[in-house]
Ligand binder design. Sequence first.
Ligand SMILES: [Zn+2]
Length: 148
Amino acid sequence: MEAVGPEVSLVRPGDRVTGDCSLFCGACDLCADDRNLCQHIEKYGNHRGRGVAPVFPAGRALHLPASPDADLDLVALAEPLAVGAHAAARVAAMRLDLPREKVLVLGGGTIGLSCFFALVDITAAATSSCTTSRRPARPGRWPWAPRR
Ligand SMILES: [Zn+2]
């Protein structure tokens, strides 16, 4: 953390932090069920701010302190690993036979692999992961990229 505003008390400059890159409205029907389904969701780095910049302003959602001696490489993975754990927990709640099922995760990116590792712990059968895209990433052409 480089600096904090006057109303911030959970973290201080110099703290190692992680958190959620999502901003939820908290008011729509889908937020009541699962904030990740929010009709008005915005993401730092996609809709707001410059998430790939070394320093950027962040809202309260990103202010989750990590241990002072935490490995920053692992801290950086906290959010995507939480996404996989959340997805696996939701699937497990819907499919009671999941421990005996085979699961195929489509997508070999950060979130796909996060889901893969979370599901490996839940499923007794083999879980596979693959990527479906052969095109190179072109961030400026993604539909959720910031408008210029
Ligand atoms: Zn919402």
